[in-house]
Design a protein around this ligand. Sequence first.
Ligand code: 13P
Ligand code: SF4
Length: 305
Amino acid sequence: MAGSLAEKINKLKASRRAVILAHNYQPGEVQDIADYVGDSLGLSIEAAKTTAQVIVFCGVDFMAETAAILSPDKTVLVPESGAGCPMANMIDAEKLRALKREHPGAPVVCYVNSSAAVKAESDICCTSANAAAVVKSLPDQEIIFVPDKFLGQNTQKEAPEKKLILFNGYCPTHAKIMPQHIEQARGRHQGIKVLVHPECRPDVVALADAALSTDGMIKYVKNSNDREFIIGTEIGIIHRLNKENPGKRFYPLTELAICPNMKMTTLEKVLWSLEDMGTVIRVDGTIREKAEKAIRRMLAIGRQD
Ligand code: 13P
Ligand code: SF4
C-alpha cells in the first residue's frame, strides 16, 4: 500500500515539477517520500532556493507560510490545512503591537513559529538554530522576544548582556518534558548524553547535556563517537536519527512529546494535495514584503548550532 502510494506521489511530483519538503517531526512515511527533511531554518533556506514550480510543504502552517513569503512566484501547497502550531497561535499582530507600545524603541525578534502578520511587525526572525546569534546581532540592549517564553529564557542565558522582554507563549508539546524525565532517563541509561530542544523549560535545559535545534541534534549525533542518546524533543525526529545512524540507539526522553499537528499529514493527503493542487498557501501585499525582510535578515545570519 505505502509502496504504491509513494510511486503515485513520485510520478505526480515529476509531472507537476514539485518538490516535497518535510519537517523532522513528520511521520516516518512522509519523511521517506520527501526530497528534503530538515528543521525550520533548513526548510526556509531550501524553500528560498528551490527551482521547483510547486512546493508541497509537510509540516505546520507557519512553515508553509514562510515558504510562500520567500518564494511568492511558486505554488506552495499544504496537504493538511488544519495543521497549525499552537504556540504560533498564542500571539497575533495586535498583541505584539500592544507590547511594542509598552516598550517604545525596543526592536522585535520573533521566533519563526509565528504568523506572517506577526513577522511583519518584527525587525528580525530567529529559529531554534540561531536565537542567541540573532539577539546578539542587534545593537540594542532591550529587545522584545516573542512568542516563546522558554526559548526566550534559554536565549537570555546565552546573551546575558541583553535584556529580553518576553511574551507568555510556549510549545504545549515541549512543555510536557519535565526535569523528572531527565532524572528518570539518566537512572535507566547511565552515562548517556541527553539532548533537548531549546523550546523546553529552562530547568529541563539546565539538566541536559546540550540544547539544540532539530537539525542541530542530527549533526551532534552524526559527529559524536557515542553510540546511544536520550532525545528530548518531539519523537518524530527519532525516525530520521535511526535511518541516518545505523548502529546507534536513541531513547525518547518521554513518549509524551508528540505534536498532534505534525502528525496530521499522511501519504494519502500528500497524494491528494498533488492531485488537486490544494491547499494553496499565499501571503500577499505589505505583510508579505515586511515579513520577508524579517526572515531574510535572519537568513543572512544563518545557523549557530
Ligand atoms: P526546529 O526548527 O528546531 O526544527 O523546531 C521547530 C519546532 O516547531 C520545534 O517545536
Ligand atoms: Fe508548534 Fe510545538 Fe508542534 Fe513545534 S512541536 S509545531 S512548536 S506545537
